[in-house]
Design a protein around this ligand. Sequence first.
Ligand SMILES: Nc1ncnc2c1ncn2[C@@H]1O[C@H](COP(=O)(O)OP(=O)(O)OP(=O)(O)O)[C@@H](O)[C@H]1O
Length: 333
Amino acid sequence: MTISQHTAPQHSASREPMVSVESVTRSFPGSGGRVVAVDDVSLTVAPGEVVAVLGPNGAGKTTLLDMILGLSTAETGRIRIGGTSPKKAVQNGRVGALLQTGGLLPDLSVAETIRMVASLHRSHTPVEEVMETAGLTGIARRRIGKCSGGEQQRVKFALALLPEPDLLVLDEPTAGMDVSARHEFWERMHTQAEAGTTVLFATHYLEEAEQFSRRTVLLGGGRLLADGPTDEVRAQAASAHVVVTWSPTEQQLRGLPHVTDSARIGSQVKLRTDDADTLARHLLTRTDAHSITVTQASLEEAFMTLTGDASQDTSQDTSQDASQHAHQKETQR
Ligand SMILES: Nc1ncnc2c1ncn2[C@@H]1O[C@H](COP(=O)(O)OP(=O)(O)OP(=O)(O)O)[C@@H](O)[C@H]1O
C-alpha cells in the first residue's frame, strides 16, 4: 500500500512555527547494531495547534518528544521551539511537559507537590489556579501515594501548567485513566488549547487521536508515515480481520473487494481488509459464506499494512512486548 505523505500546514512567513523539526535522526546502540529510533523526521506545528503523535510501541514517539524538550540531542537535523533551541525554550518557561518517566514523591500531598515545584520556577501561575485547571482542588490535601493513576497524571498536568507554557508536550498523558477521566482530561486540555497553548501529545490510541486532535502525525519504525487531518490518517491506518466459514474458488477469493491478505484455515477463510463493512456486505449477500466474525486489527498490525510488511502477523496480544519495552526504557534511563 502506498502512503500519501501529507505535508504539515504551511505557515506564513510572519507566523513563526511553535515547533519546527527538520530532518531529525536519533539512534541508540542495540544488541544487533544501532537502533534508529527516529529516522529523518520533519514536521512543523503552528501556534495553538493540537497535534497527536500516533504510533505503536517502539515507533519513536518518546525519543522525538524528548528531543523536542531538549532532554536529548538530535544526531542530525535541527529542532527549534518558537525560534530558539529546545533547551532555551524550556529554561525560559515556554514549554511544559508531562512525561511517562519521572515519579512523584508519595509522601507529599497534592498541594505540597505543586507548591514545591512552583518554588523552583522563576515565575509561575498561582498554585491555586493550576490546581483548579487540573481539577485537583478537591483533593489538594490527599497524599500522592493515595492518589489513583489518573489523579497522579492530573498532578503531572498541573506541574506542566505551572510555567504558563506556550507549548505543552504530553507523552501518553492519559495512561492509567478510565474512559470518563480521559474525557475530562481532554476537556481541560482543549480549554487550554483554546486559550492559545500549543499541544503536542503522544498516544497509542487511534481513538484518542481521533477524538482530541484534528491533526495526526503517524510514526512507525522511527519514520513519519503520514501527517495530516486525523480522519484521513485514520482511514489509512484502519484495518480489520474478517473470518467466515466458506470454501471459495480461487477466482471468488480474488474477486473480493477491499481484501489486502487472505488465508484458508480448514473450512474457514481469514481475510484482512481495509473496509470491513463493504467486504462483510459482499460476503453475506453475494456468496454463500456464513458465520462471519469481524475483528479490528491492532494498531501494530495496521502499521504493518501501512509499511507494506503485512507478512508479520502481530495480531496476538502485544502487551508482553509492550511491558518488556517499557521495562527496557525504565532501565535504560
Ligand atoms: N535510551 C535508549 N537506549 C536504547 N534504545 C532506545 C533508547 N530509547 C529508545 N530506544 C529504542 O528506540 C526505539 C524507539 O523507542 P521510543 O521509546 O521512542 O518509542 P515509543 O514510540 O515512545 O514507544 P512506547 O509507545 O513504548 O513509549 C525503540 O526500539 C527503543 O527500544
